[in-house]
Design a protein around this ligand. Structure first.
Ligand SMILES: Nc1ncnc2c1ncn2[C@@H]1O[C@H](COP(=O)(O)OP(=O)(O)O)[C@@H](O)[C@H]1O
Ligand SMILES: [Mg+2]
Length: 134
C-alpha cells in the first residue's frame, strides 16, 4: 500500500524483531484483508502527513504465546467514547464510510482465536494490535 500512502504524504515503516522462528496458522487472504483495512483506516486518519509503523513481535498473554502485529499511526486519534463503537457494524464517522471494515477485521481475528485491540488518544494517534496464537 506504499503507493497509495505516499500519494497522501504518509510513510509506512516496517520492523520485525526476534521473530525468526515464528510459526502461525492463518488464512493468508483473510489476514491480508485485515491488514489492508487497518492500513487504509490509518491512512484516512492522517490529515496532512504522517507515519504508519508496523511491527512484529512475540508476546505472552497469561500462559498463551502470540505473534503480535502492531499498527501505529500518527493520525487524528479517537476519544474513549469514539473507541467504544468502532467495531460495531455500519458505524462510521466518515461521510462515505460503510463502517464494516473493523467489524470484519474483528470477526476474522476472532475466527483465528486471536485478539484485536485498539488504543488511541484524541489528536495523538492510534494503535491497533493483532494477536494471533502461535
Ligand atoms: N486508525 C484510526 N484512527 C482514527 N479513527 C479510526 C481509525 N480506524 C478506525 N477509526 C474509526 O472507526 C470507524 C470505523 O472504521 P471502519 O469499520 O473501518 O469503517 P469506515 O472506515 O468505513 O468508516 C471509522 O469511521 C473511524 O471513525
Ligand atoms: Mg475502514
Amino acid at each position: 500500500m506504499n503507493n497509495q500512502a505516499s500519494l497522501q504524504n504518509v510513510s509506512i515503516n516496517f520492523s520485525s524483531n526476534e521473530v525468526e522462528n515464528w510459526e502461525v496458522m492463518i488464512d493468508d487472504s483473510q489476514i491480508k484483508q485485515v491488514l489492508i483495512n487497518l492500513i487504509q483506516n490509518a491512512i484516512e486518519a492522517i490529515i496532512d502527513e504522517g507515519t504508519i509503523t508496523i511491527s512484529l513481535s512475540h508476546v505472552n498473554v497469561y500462559d498463551s504465546s502470540y505473534i503480535q502485529i502492531q499498527i501505529v499511526d500518527s493520525g487524528d486519534g479517537m476519544t474513549k467514547e469514539e473507541q467504544k463503537s468502532i467495531f460495531t457494524p455500519f458505524h462510521s464517522s466518515k461521510e462515505q464510510g460503510l463502517g464494516l471494515g473493523l467489524s470484519i477485521c474483528k470477526d476474522i481475528i476472532e475466527s483465528h482465536k486471536g485478539i484485536l485491540t485498539v488504543s488511541s488518544v484524541k489528536h495523538d494517534g492510534t494503535t491497533f494490535k493483532i494477536l494471533l496464537p502461535e
